[in-house]
Structure formats: structure tokens, C-alpha cells
Write a protein that binds this ligand. Structure first.
Ligand code: UDP
Length: 585
């Protein structure tokens, strides 16, 4: 493959201080002594050139010259308008070459299959990916084991094995493996699963989510019993009162944030390739439901940079369109450039060619447009933006199908059946958390409100980073309200909600996660989900004083408003958390 060499006159990259720490620690290629052997320009060129090089094999490509495309990709990333997910930045052009963040692996009901899956998960973690699993196919604890005459130890005991295995494998040598563990609500061991993370530190390499069915939710509504079913025989093993189980779920989420919930029927209603079977799990952070052995690469557009400045700042729709089209080409090329750790995954990925383009910097966008996050106007804007991104991403995917051919499973997919016209990708949109990408781009993460206007961030290896939102700082200065003492006060408190001496408009616009009532968090998630092919990563942040009823209401709202799942987090409910208001410790 012809990879264009780095031009001498490449534009230098502006790297913010926090990004520098993260890039140097985890993203730059290292020599044998562990010292970085590339800088930001070389890193971005490595990625841009390798992803652009894939273009050469497509005869109908509008780019006669791969170097031109590499330059465009370089500009796209180094202007921080778009970034691909971390594994692409870390691994493109390296020996590892695994570029996707999200994987789902099957776990079958036999020793061979379980340990095959443990092994495969380790290979994926080693390559930088995160894995999701459904444990719903494993027979329940104490069920008979035919081959030995003994009894089964159940999904929870195996989950612990996956957890321990993960502990020992750093992702691509840079971060600890992330996992999602799912169990269906009608699995006989569901009560044990719900309580599995009640002790701090237990299963700490896993997020857990209970897969709820519509049938179960109806039983909760009508206060009925529902049946537990042995997965390996289909026998009913007992019944439980749906409301009791739901309340238990709420109670544990209140205590520790785990488990979250996913709505399985809804996820499968949006399955673009049902002929290939059901989706039973998502990736670790919940935004990407996938088929077993499927992977997906993500990328995010920085909405904070899609603003046309002026007296009345507004979204630059033409620019957003251009960036979406470039990003879709980029992500489709990533599929070809990536080397997956298992042949089953390579085959699945190449069959469906899913990509997940999403957004970050949404809170920054709202700040610039002076729209409070918790307002009707913000919801309307959210829908408009994500609808536009999806329309444009699909139109880009259609254009690529004409250039390169549709994804191989197109004919058997829902698009083929409905004659919707060929796409290059079975899905195009996902809203990722952008935990690290947002640090690199210096923007607010995903669609989250700011956690605090100024805060301390704990990153890997005990490093601490202090961040002040630049839009907020500018607004304070413009209003003549900025002072060093005020900034110190804000860093301590995180929020300005109670600072009556500040202008009312500033206090209304610059709201933080904790100032926002939980139902607005949820409404925002639902607004984005409405026009997202895959799912939306969002944490409904609650104050420490939130009640179990608050969480109950949020779960119920998520169900009613069409979300594919929901995660709540009550401030201070865990001994160690990633983000702190105030100066932290
Ligand atoms: N992920 C992971 N390990 C991590 C963080 C993320 O495996 O430590 C995976 C996981 O599948 C997650 C996805 O990457 O759902 C996207 O996360 P995020 O957007 O925060 O990643 P970034 O690209 O910003 O590093």
C-alpha cells in the first residue's frame, strides 16, 4: 500500500496542555525505552496518511491523489473538527493496527465457549478495544451439568473470571480493559446479578446492565408477576413480582450507579440486519449495540467549532455538512485499514460495515449560542443538529455505495427489503462518550453538560488536570465580571447557580450537570436518540440527595421517551470517581 510521506510544510498542531499530557502518555508511539518517538504532527499524519491510503483501491474515488486526501484528513483532525475513536489514533499505521473501540462477543453455554470468549476478550483488550457480552445464555446456578453430573456455577461466577482476566490485560498497553456485562431480566439468576456490584470495587472492570423486555415493563405497569426462564431448556423455573424486581434494580442503581438498564426489544427493532440474528449486548459504555462478533469504529464531530461567529452566532450548516461527509469517508476507510484480532470479527465487520459518527462539544455549542442546556430551545436544537448529521451521514454513505458498492449484507438488510436505496454502511450514527477525545479536542464531552465550569480531572496514574471552560471565561470577561478571586471561588464550587452577584443571563446559560434537573438530562438523551441509528451515551447525573423515587422516575421516563438504555450516577455514591467538583483531593 502506498502511504504518502509527511510533507515538510505540514501545518503545526496546537495542542492544549491537558491534551499534551494524555497524548504523550498514551497516544504517541514509543521507543524501546518507553520514550515518545513521535510528536503531535507525526501522530496525526500517521493516522491521516494510513486512512487515506485505503482510498487508492477504489477506482471511482474522487481523489486522484491519496496525498490530497491525507492532507484533508490531517486538517480535519488537527483543527479538532473531527476525531476518530482512540484506538484509531493510537494504532493506525502501527504493527497492531486495530482501530475500533467497540466489540461484542458471544458467550455460549459450555466451558469451551466460555473460555474461548475469555481468550477472545483478552485479545481485543490487548488491541485497544472494549468488549460487551450477554451472559443470558449461560444456564443458571445449580442447574444440572449433563457431562459431569454436577451443577453449574451460573453467570455471575463466570463474570468474575472475565473480570479477573481483564485486570491483567492493559488495552494496547495504555488503558485497562472496559467491559459491559448484560443479563436478561427473565434469567433465573437476575437477583444476584442486580446486586453484583453492591460492594465497592466488586467487578470493577465491568459496567453491568439489565436487559429489560417490553413484556417485563408491562408487567411492572400492571403490577403482575413475570416468569423466569432457564436459558438452556426453555423451562419456567419460577415467577417474580415485576415491581419488586424493578424496585430492587432502582435501589442498587441508587446505591452504586450499577446496574444500568437497556431496552432489548427496542434495540432489536432498530437492528438493520435481523437476518443475521439478534443483538444481545452493547459495547462497554452502552452507545453501540452490536451482533455477536461485530465491531464498530466511532468518530465525533466537535459541534463547538461549527459556529458562525457574529452578533448573533449561529450554526454553520454548510461547514457541518462538509465535515460530516469527510468524516463518513474517513470512518469507512478505517474499516478497511483496521486489523481485527479474530477472523470472525473481520468477516462480520466487512459484511455490515457499521460506523458510528457522533458529536462532542454540544455544551460548548449551547454556551456560544447562549442557550441553557435545560431548556426547550436546547432540545429543539439537539434534534435539529442530530437529524441533520444523520441525514448527511446517510447521504454520504449512499454516495460511497455508488463509488465503492453497498455493504455486502445490504440486500438482506432492512434497507434492501424496503428499497431504501443502497448504503455503504448498515449504521452511520452513534453518540459516544468521547471521554478522551474531548480532552484532546479541548471541548465538552459528547452531549453532556459541563460537569463543572472549572474542575479537577483525575486521569490514569494519579495525574490531575484543572480545566476552566473557555466560553465561560470569555463571557465573564466580556461582562466585566472576571476576577482571580471569583475564579478560585468557582473552582471550589464548580457551579455559579447560587452566585447572585453575577449577571442573570450568565447564570442561566452556564449551567452544569448538577444544576440541571435529572429529567432534563433524560430529555436531552431522548432528543438525540430520536435521530441516532445506534445509541446515545449519556449519564443522568443526580445530586447526592436524590431519592430512589427520582431514579425510578428516570428509568420510567427513559422507557416512555424511547431511549435504548439509561445510566444514572448519584454524586458521591462511589469511593473513587473520575470527576470532582471543587479542588478534589
Ligand atoms: N473504551 C474502552 N476503554 C476505555 C474507554 C473507552 O474500551 O478506557 C471503548 C468503549 O467501547 C467505549 C468506547 O471506547 O464505549 C468509546 O468511549 P469514548 O468515546 O470515551 O472513547 P475515546 O475515543 O474518547 O477514548
Amino acid at each position: 500500500m502506498n502511504i504518502p510521506s509527511m510533507p515538510d510544510d505540514l501545518k503545526p498542531v496546537v495542542v492544549n496542555e491537558n491534551a499534551h499530557v494524555v497524548l504523550e502518555k498514551r497516544y504517541f508511539q514509543k521507543d524501546e525505552e518507553g520514550l515518545p518517538r513521535e510528536n503531535a504532527e507525526q501522530m496525526f499524519w500517521r493516522v491521516a496518511s494510513v486512512i487515506a491510503a485505503e482510498e487508492a483501491k477504489y477506482e471511482k474515488s474522487p481523489y486522484a491523489d491519496v496525498a490530497t486526501l491525507a492532507n484533508e484528513f490531517y486538517e480535519l483532525m488537527t483543527s479538532y473538527r473531527f476525531l476518530p475513536n482512540s484506538p484509531t489514533l493510537m494504532n493506525a499505521g502501527t504493527r497492531l493496527g486495530q482501530l475500533a473501540a467497540c466489540f461484542v462477543l458471544p458467550v455460549g453455554d459450555s466451558m469451551e465457549e466460555i473460555f474461548e470468549s475469555v481468550k477472545n476478550a483478552a485479545l481485543i483488550h490487548k488491541s485497544g478495544g472494549g468488549t460487551g457480552f450477554s451472559f443470558s445464555r449461560l444456564r443458571q446456578k445449580d442447574a444440572m451439568v449433563g457431562s459431569t453430573g454436577g451443577v453449574a456455577s451460573g453467570p455471575l461466577s463466570f463474570l468474575r473470571i472475565f473480570n479477573t482476566a481483564t485486570e491483567q490485560v492493559k488495552q494496547g498497553g495504555t488503558r485497562r480493559g472496559a467491559n459491559m456485562g448484560i443479563l436478561r431480566i427473565d434469567h433465573p439468576d437476575i437477583m444476584e446479578f442486580i446486586a453484583a456490584k453492591e460492594r465497592d470495587g466488586e467487578l470493577n472492570n465491568f459496567n453491568l446492565s439489565v436487559a429489560l423486555t417490553e413484556r417485563f415493563m408491562k408487567a411492572v405497569e400492571k403490577n403482575e408477576d413475570y416468569e423466569l426462564v432457564a436459558p438452556h431448556t426453555g423451562d419456567v423455573t419460577g415467577t417474580l413480582k415485576a415491581r419488586d424486581v424493578f424496585n430492587r434494580l432502582v435501589c442498587k442503581a441508587w446505591e452504586s450507579g450499577d446496574p444500568g438498564i437497556i431496552f432489548l426489544d427496542r434495540i432489536n427493532r432498530d437492528n438493520p440486519t435481523p437476518a443475521q440474528g439478534d443483538m444481545e449486548s452493547t459495547n462497554p459504555c452502552g452507545e453501540q449495540p452490536l451482533l455477536p462478533y461485530e465491531a464498530c469504529n466511532l468518530g465525533s464531530i466537535n459541534l463547538g467549532l461549527m459556529v458562525r461567529e457574529g452578533d448573533e452566532p449561529e450554526i454553520d450548516w454548510d461547514e457541518l455538512k462538509r465535515v460530516v461527509h469527510m468524516s463518513v469517508r474517513f470512518l469507512d476507510n478505517v474499516i478497511d485499514a483496521s486489523r481485527y484480532p479474530l477472523p470472525e470479527i473481520t468477516e462480520k465487520v466487512r459484511t455490515n460495515r457499521k460506523i458510528g459518527l457522533g458529536v462532542m462539544g454540544f455544551a460548548d455549542l449551547l454556551f456560544q449560542l447562549r442557550i441553557p442546556y435545560d431548556s426547550q430551545e436546547a432540545l429543539i436544537l439537539a434534534e435539529r443538529v442530530i437529524k441533520f448529521v444523520r441525514e448527511q451521514a446517510r447521504s454520504a454513505s449512499k454516495a460511497l455505495a455508488a463509488e465503492r458498492s453497498p455493504f455486502p449484507a445490504y440486500a438482506e438488510s432492512v434497507f434492501g427489503e424496503q428499497n431504501l436505496g443502497p448504503y455503504r454502511n448498515a449504521t452511520t450514527t452513534t453518540v459516544a462518550p468521547t471521554g478522551t477525545l474531548s480532552i484532546i479536542a479541548g471541548c465538552s464531552s459528547g452531549i453532556e453538560p459541563l460537569f463543572a465550569l472549572s474542575f479537577t480531572r483525575h486521569v490514569m496514574d494519579g495525574a490531575k488536570l484543572t480545566e476552566v471552560n473557555p466560553h465561560f471565561e470569555k463571557a465573564l470577561r466580556d461582562a466585566g465580571a472576571w476576577s482571580e478571586n471569583l475564579m478560585k471561588d468557582i473552582t471550589r464550587k464548580g457551579s455559579i447557580a447560587k452566585m447572585d452577584h453575577l449577571p442573570a443571563e450568565i447564570r442561566r446559560v452556564f449551567v452544569t450537570a448538577m444544576d440541571i434537573a435529572p429529567e432534563w438530562h433524560l430529555r436531552m438523551q431522548a432528543a438525540f436518540q430520536k435521530y441516532t441509528d445506534n445509541a446515545v451515551s449519556k449519564t443522568v447525573n443526580l445530586p447526592n440527595s436524590a431519592t430512589k423515587k427520582d431514579i425510578h422516575d428516570i428509568y420510567w421516563m427513559a422507557y416512555e421517551q424511547g431511549c435504548k438504555g439509561v445510566t444514572v450516577y448519584r454524586d458521591g455514591c462511589k469511593a473513587v470517581q473520575v470527576l470532582y467538583t471543587g479542588e478534589g483531593e
